[in-house]
Design a protein around this ligand. Structure first.
Ligand code: SAM
Length: 234
């Protein structure tokens, strides 16, 4: 944030407005992607990002082309949070075209408006020189809520896995048997795939979907793969 007036608190932040048109509007918030960006911790509402400098900063005859060129890292986070591949992004004050550049990289469709001819032309050149990220790498984590829930019992009900089948931990040191109601039996204990896994690990909770494996030929496969088969679009 530029320090236009020097004798007050140093300007150290800019405010971003994250909004939808009305309370009932559908909106995108890629919670899981942002959490992943932040090492699996919920993304905080204050972000510390370096200002735009180095090769990223547009210059003409050694002078900055635009006084408030935003860092691409900022737009990367904003666009990942609030849009998906092929979504339409509008920046009505596009300046040096940072939003456009990041939108192109991330496979979004973009429209920019800029009144200053010099900025506008610089941004067009910048967008032309930008390579989109390969389509294969644009997938992002889906929010849990957007994935239909598949209980382990459904796998049994639908005959994807039979009662009596043995499931194992990754190292095949532990084995449990699947019951007709989707519970599992390990030694003298019985319960859900999650509860039994947590008990074995001495943990308060455990995601059984990633703990248990089943035999497929000579190898072990994660039971999570079986669940994916039941999800639509897979
Ligand atoms: C803060 S700058 C945007 C910087 C941009 N995010 C970047 O990274 O370069 C705002 C821009 O809006 C432009 N602008 C201001 N009023 C405008 C208007 N009425 N129509 C179009 N552009 C306008 C200015 O010329 C300026 O380049």
């Amino acid at each position: 944030m530029p320090n236009f007036r020097g004798t007050r608190f140093t300007n150290a932040h800019e405010t971003l407005i994250w909004a939808s048109k009305s309370e009932k509007s559908k909106y995108t918030f890629n919670y899981q992607s942002l959490k992943c960006l932040n090492d699996d911790l919920q993304m905080r509402s204050t972000w510390k990002l370096p200002i735009c400098s180095g090769n990223e900063r547009l210059k003409q005859k050694g002078k900055k082309v635009h006084s408030t060129q935003k860092p691409e890292a900022l737009l990367h986070r904003i666009l990942l949070a609030s849009s998906n591949k092929n979504d339409f992004i509008l920046d009505p004050f596009s300046g040096s075209g940072t939003t456009a550049v990041v939108a192109k990289k991330l496979g979004r469709i973009f429209l920019g408006i800029e009144k200053d001819k010099n900025y506008f032309e610089a941004s067009i050149r910048r967008v032309k020189n930008t390579k989109p990220i390969e389509e294969n790498y644009l997938d992002t984590l889906k929010n849990n809520r957007s994935k239909p829930r598949v209980p382990f019992g459904s796998l049994v009900e639908m005959g994807v896995i039979r009662p009596g089948t043995e499931i194992y931990d990754k190292k095949k040191k532990i084995n449990a048997k699947i019951m007709v109601d989707g519970s599992i039996k390990y030694q003298e204990t019985e319960g859900s795939i999650h509860k039994i896994a947590a008990k074995i690990l001495g943990a308060e909770s455990c995601n059984g979907w990633t703990y248990w494996y089943y035999k497929s030929g000579n190898s072990l496969k994660s039971i999570d793969e079986l669940r994916q088969r039941l999800r639509p679009n897979n």
